[in-house]
Design a protein around this ligand. Structure first.
Ligand code: E4P
Length: 216
């Protein structure tokens, strides 16, 4: 399973990359806005830290505008993955970029049919938003299960990138279902290693070791 960090914050990306377990980064306009800095400069810096897919989202709503933005963003680094909205225009842009060999990530996916369209259009990644579905009393993970089944039924190579992750349970469920990628905030990434019994166990071992370490 691949782990992506869902942030445009350079400090967080450096910390996650230092674990050696980070496979990529996803950004979106809201995450970039939080950093209050130039988008291209931030993307360039991220590409220098993480050697994996780095999603950069277009803001145009028409295919022509999306393709213009995509060409410009793709020049930043070969790892830039063009994030496109789940609309007919986004799908048309996806198809064209697929034919040109440019990696894409179809975002704002909330239904299995949208995910099927993304795979047919040749998307590299599809981003279903589990947290935002949970927010409206719909089980986001059911969508992941449906998409994984559909992709397996037809052997699509589009990778299921679980997005809008809000807790380690989302990561667990995604792993149990067999989703290819989870993108998560740094806080969730950090929580994955935590277990109170691990902390208690370390403490107990150290205390016991203290009792015998100087014995001759
Ligand atoms: C990532 O690709 C998505 O843009 C992101 O996970 C959305 O997360 P949110 O629903 O917490 O804003």
């Amino acid at each position: 399973m691949k782990f992506f960090l869902d942030t445009a914050n350079i400090d967080e990306i450096k910390l996650a990359a230092a674990t050696g377990l980070l496979d990529g980064v996803t950004t979106n306009p809201s995450l970039v806005a939080k950093e209050k800095r130039n988008f291209r400069a931030a993307l360039k810096e991220i590409c220098g830290i993480v050697n994996g897919p780095i999603s950069a989202e277009v803001v145009s709503l028409d295919t022509k505008g999306m393709l213009k933005e995509a060409k410009d963003l793709a020049k930043i680094h070969e790892n830039i993955t063009i994030k496109l909205p789940m609309t007919w225009d986004g799908l048309k842009a996806c198809r064209e970029l697929y034919q040109e060999g440019v990696k894409t990530n179809l975002t704002l996916v909330f239904s299995p049919m949208q995910a099927l369209l993304a795979a047919k259009a040749g998307a590299t990644f599809v981003s279903p938003f589990v947290g935002r579905l949970d927010d409206v009393s719909t089980t986001g993970m059911d969508l992941i299960e449906q998409i994984v089944t559909i992709y397996e039924n037809y052997g699509y190579s589009t990778e299921v990138l679980v997005a809008s992750v809000r807790s380690p349970i989302h990561v667990l469920d995604a792993a149990l279902i067999g989703a290819h990628v989870v993108t998560m905030p740094w806080g969730i990434f950090q929580q994955l290693v935590k277990h109170p019994l691990t902390d208690i166990g370390i403490d107990r071992f150290l205390k016991d070791w203290d009792k015998v370490k100087n014995l001759k």
